[in-house]
Design a protein around this ligand. Structure first.
Ligand code: NAD
Ligand code: AKB
Length: 321
């Protein structure tokens, strides 16, 4: 099956943390009917993505993916379906099957239908040997299965671009912080879960040590970065097109607790590290995003203080509505 691309957009893994925000933003830009959300689980009734087209679709089912692309007139795929780090370490075979197998399915369909693809990577591509401020180019030796699948995803994307001319782009997202949907089984989930716990219970048990520092980003910046990378002229994108470092903020879990406590004075937090500590310890403190700034004009808007204000205000508004 092949043919000229349609104009509509397909989002895989759309019911997850990023999809919940990205689908809404894409529908604002391209029109509600032109963005088809898909996942193996239906979105919640209150989810913002339930206001437009949705189809149940596994990224491991190549035939269904190709018929969806054909029938729905798809020209671009935002491929978000994946198993994140904490779930991935517990279920490494599933993580490899979904993250690598799903990406191959999407890239094969893109090759057949001449589609444009967004396939995100992660700061998990870096291993303990990377500099603490991770450069764009450095040996990638992750110790987690999730990180290995993300390195493979970047390699596959570059191969499809070089061998078949498939226009694939990606960002190595830091830990993403948002309020519309819960985080989906990653190591950086504490920086999301802590806000709801602070507001609802005044207390949080944090699964990494107080001095754990990681690169993080507020979701609005991540969505703006994603759309601006996809809008960038292809000729501006160099050899990092499958996995650009983008920086937002970098803080320790203790600094996050302090920032929340300045707004919710009774808030308390216990630090009780579990296995996820070792995944966090294998990742960098921050990233050097100078290549993304140079190639397509990346610049973050949210720092720690702005992000904490937004998270608390938005969650309180959502609670009272
Ligand atoms: P998430 O776990 O919240 O959502 C992933 C979605 O994929 C889920 O809704 C799940 O149901 C779906 N899914 C799982 N298996 C599937 C399959 N076989 N077919 C179709 N759908 C399937 O993840 P997210 O946070 O939205 O992440 C999206 C992408 O961004 C992933 O590639 C992830 O690695 C990457 N990323 C996320 C973060 C972050 O902090 N959220 C950071 C770095 C990279
Ligand atoms: C995770 O913690 O697994 C994700 C990521 C940084 O890729 N949030």
């Amino acid at each position: 099956m092949s043919g000229p691309p349609g104009e509509r957009i397909l989002v895989t893994g759309a019911s997850g943390q990023i999809g919940t925000d990205l689908v809404s933003e894409l529908r604002k830009v391209h029109g509600r009917e032109n963005v088809v959300a898909s996942d193996i689980r239906e979105p919640d009734h209150e989810s913002p993505i339930s206001d437009g087209p949705f189809t149940l679709l596994s990224v491991l089912d190549g035939d269904s993916m190709e018929s969806t692309i054909h029938d729905e007139g798809i020209g671009t795929i935002y491929h978000l379906a994946a198993i994140l780090s904490a779930t991935g370490e517990a279920k490494p075979e599933l993580c490899h099957r979904v993250n690598v197998g799903g990406t191959v399915c999407v890239l094969e369909a893109a090759r057949d239908f001449e589609l444009k693809v967004y396939a995100p990577s992660s700061i998990a591509v870096f291993g303990p040997d990377a500099p603490k401020i991770a450069p764009q180019k450095t040996p990638l030796n992750p110790t987690t299965m999730y990180g290995k699948t993300k390195v493979t995803g970047e390699i596959l994307a570059m191969n499809y671009w070089k061998q078949y001319g498939v226009d694939v782009r990606g960002i190595r997202y830091p830990g993403l912080i948002s309020w519309k949907a819960p985080a989906g089984g990653g190591t950086t989930d504490y920086a999301v879960d802590i806000f709801r716990a602070a507001i609802e219970h005044g207390h949080y048990e944090c699964f990494v040590r107080e001095d754990t520092r990681l690169p993080m980003m507020y979701m609005d910046d991540a969505i703006r970065g994603t759309i601006s990378l996809m809008d960038a002229p292809s000729e501006n994108l160099g050899s990092s097109r499958a996995g650009y470092n983008i920086g937002g903020m970098s803080f320790t879990a203790g600094e996050l607790v302090d920032a929340i406590s300045r707004r919710i004075p009774d808030f308390t937090c216990d630090f009780v590290p579990d296995i996820r500590q070792s995944y966090a310890d294998s990742w960098p403190d921050d990233v050097d995003d100078s290549v993304a700034r140079e190639d397509w004009g990346w610049k973050p808007k949210f720092g720690l203080e702005e992000m904490v204000d937004e998270m608390i205000n938005r969650l309180r508004e959502a609670q009272s509505s």
